[in-house]
Ligand binder design. Structure first.
Ligand code: PRP
Length: 215
């Protein structure tokens, strides 16, 4: 049988994912010092990890080339169409928010507003729900720059500590929804490798709960 493959989001979620594996008794030093190797053995050789950008985690799991993935709910809402979200891991907590300069009249102003975001789908849905007429501009990184440069009135982005907003004179105008890391599974793999996946999920659930308690 092929090794179970798990795609893990690089960056903020990586260290916490490794902590969870350790607590679950799954050896994972390879993911903390991966070097140039791309398929990283974890556990006692029965699993392989792939480190990827968040949207790629979704792509690999949806296409079934990875059985499982660890990715933020923000990326799931924005990109996922066909995968099974099996566990809220509790770490990587942040929220989607509308932010802008203090006293921005975003909600009641009659004019067409301009919103900058990395998350076009999330923003579209939010604006539709609030019945706000706005132009959306896609920015790939440091979205906070858009209102500072006068490109947009506000941003819709994830906020974790709030320090990026604060450092740039911006404030949360409205919270949209909470976000945290999720364990996702390819829907076919969940049927074909049910026992293996369920055993892993229950170990990771216990480890994630322990991490939550230790916070
Ligand atoms: C995210 C987000 C904010 C920042 C918020 O960006 O887009 O810019 O983190 O975090 P804070 O509330 O703790 O300050 P990220 O660091 O992932 O980089 P990016 O903008 O290049 O995507």
């Amino acid at each position: 049988m092929n090794k179970l493959k798990i795609a893990i989001t690089k960056g903020r979620l990586l260290e916490k994912s490794a902590r969870m594996f350790e607590l679950a008794g799954i050896e994972c030093s390879s993911i903390l010092s991966p070097g140039r190797q791309l398929l990283l053995p974890i556990g006692s050789g029965e699993m392989e990890a792939v480190l990827a950008k968040a949207p790629d985690v979704i792509t690999y799991v949806e296409h079934g080339v990875c059985d499982l993935g660890i990715v933020g709910k923000d990326t799931i809402i924005e990109h996922a169409t066909n995968l099974y979200e099996i566990l809220d891991l509790g770490f990587g907590r942040c929220r989607f928010a509308v932010a802008g300069p203090r006293d921005t009249d975003f909600f009641t102003c009659g004019d067409r507003r301009v919103v900058a975001t990395k998350y076009i789908n999330v923003s579209k849905r939010y604006l539709e729900k609030k019945q706000i007429d706005a132009e959306l501009i896609k920015i790939d990184g440091s979205v906070e720059l858009a209102p500072l440069l006068g490109l947009s009135d506000v941003i819709i982005d994830i906020v974790e500590t709030g320090s990026t907003l604060k450092a740039n004179g911006l404030e949360i105008l409205e919270e949209v929804c909470p976000v945290s890391a999720r364990l996702v599974v390819n829907t076919a793999a969940l049927k074909l490798r049910k026992k293996e996946i369920e055993a892993l999920v229950s170990k990771l659930a216990a480890a994630a709960a322990e991490m939550e308690k230790k916070k």
